[in-house]
Design a protein around this ligand. Structure first.
Ligand code: PLP
Length: 384
């Protein structure tokens, strides 16, 4: 099989060879249970401790504030449910219309169970109205949960401004940093969030592992009960190899943020500018600047995003679309809908998300291949 041009890194990333190598002994020789009182278990416990140190150093938090999880979906669920259970008298949650489904589906469930949820809107660039946020907070607000970076458009929410609004009210703030970590600096000394979710597979770590950061003093009721691992905050025998891999992924992310990310931004800009100049109906969705450096969400007129993806896939180019084919009908992405993108355009949207492994040759190939595909599909739909 020809190696694909993989531009779907917001869905998941390739595991870095360095991460894989570091994990391997923990799947073979060092298979101990970190809770065991013997040397095989101790080896696993020591490796987990080292990974926790790396996580704390990367985020500029404390080791005691790190709880390993199975990834972003669990982290978001644990944070939201865990905070709500602390004060069950408070029944209001504030979030946005453009969150990941692991937040939105949980919020919908909570609405059916006596909670009131404010879904903040966004403007046509994907940005929050901070006045709407301030106006939404009440005495009854138990939690504000917002994403740092949007998975579809890459648009960043201004977490520091959000903190200025939420913290003086004494309301806990949880951020979903799943798409941000490893792509932009996330420094918890600067950013006084109470809870933060991240996931290893979005930055060249393994799938099925992540962490929930809980600032010292923030009260959260554990959501998975059992053997009391992670100091009783998340039971279940730990995914030792995964956690070791996450630790190594932090090392590589540090290096990439210092030395590689600007190249990714240049490649993304080249891809985006090239498409916009070659295809007159193309439009970028989401603001230009306050955005992840690796993401480009583009929409086209009179073409189906799914059709573009299939034709790209046939020639070995992997991207993604915002539309989700659920009940046979193509549902435009909830993110683009919230931004007021007309459905015809939203259905013709695709997302390219680059990584540290993306090369200029790959970008040039996409610039060569995409325009004829869009023109062909546009002609078909016009004659259709
Ligand atoms: N939050 C965001 C913003 C995401 O993009 C994703 C994954 O796509 C998740 C949460 C869920 O993460 P995981 O796949 O680790 O459960």
């Amino acid at each position: 099989m020809v190696t694909p041009i993989y531009l779907d890194n917001n869905a998941t990333t390739a595991i870095a060879p360095e991460v894989f190598e570091t994990m391997l002994p923990y799947l073979t020789d060092f298979y101990g249970n970190p809770s065991s009182m013997h040397r095989v278990g101790a080896k696993a416990a020591t490796a987990m401790k080292a990974a926790r140190e790396k996580a704390a150093a990367f985020l500029h938090g404390r080791e005691s504030e790190i709880v390993f999880t199975s990834g972003g979906t669990e982290g978001n669920n644990a944070a939201i449910r865990g905070v709500l259970e602390i004060d069950s008298d408070k029944r209001h949650i504030v979030t946005s219309q453009t969150e990941h489904s692991s937040v939105l589906e949980l919020c919908k469930y909570l609405e059916k169970n006596g909670y009131r949820v404010t879904y903040l809107g966004v403007d046509d660039g994907g940005q929050l109205d901070l006045t709407e946020l301030a106006d939404s907070l009440t005495e009854d607000t138990a939690l504000v949960t917002l994403m740092v970076a949007n998975n579809e458009t890459g648009v960043l929410f201004p977490i520091d401004d959000i903190i200025q609004i939420v913290k003086p009210r004494g309301i806990p703030l949880h951020v979903d940093a799943v798409q941000a970590v490893g792509k932009i600096p996330v420094d918890l000394r600067m950013t006084e969030v109470d809870l933060l979710t991240l996931s290893a597979h979005k930055f060249h770590g393994p799938k099925g592992v992540g962490l929930l950061y809980t600032r010292r003093g923030t009260r959260v009721r554990p959501f998975i009960l059992g053997g009391g691992q992670e100091k009783g905050r998340r039971s279940g025998t730990e995914n030792v190899a995964g956690i070791v891999g996450l630790g190594r992924a932090f090392d590589l992310a540090e290096d990439y943020l210092n030395h590689g990310v600007e190249m990714t931004r240049r490649l993304r800009n080249r891809l985006e500018a090239g498409i916009l100049s070659r295809i007159p109906s193309a439009r970028r969705e989401g603001v230009a600047e306050l955005r992840l450096p690796n993401t480009s969400c583009l929409s086209f007129e009179n073409v189906e995003g799914e059709a573009i993806l299939l034709l790209l896939d046939e020639i070995g180019i992997c991207a993604s679309t915002g539309s989700a084919c659920t009940t046979g009908a193509l549902e435009p992405s909830h993110v683009l809908k919230a931004m007021g993108v007309p459905p015809e355009r939203a259905q013709g949207s695709i997302r390219f998300s680059l990584s540290r492994y993306t090369t200029i040759a790959e970008i040039e190939r996409v610039l060569e291949e995409l325009p004829p595909i869009i023109f062909r599909l546009g002609r078909l739909s016009a004659t259709g």
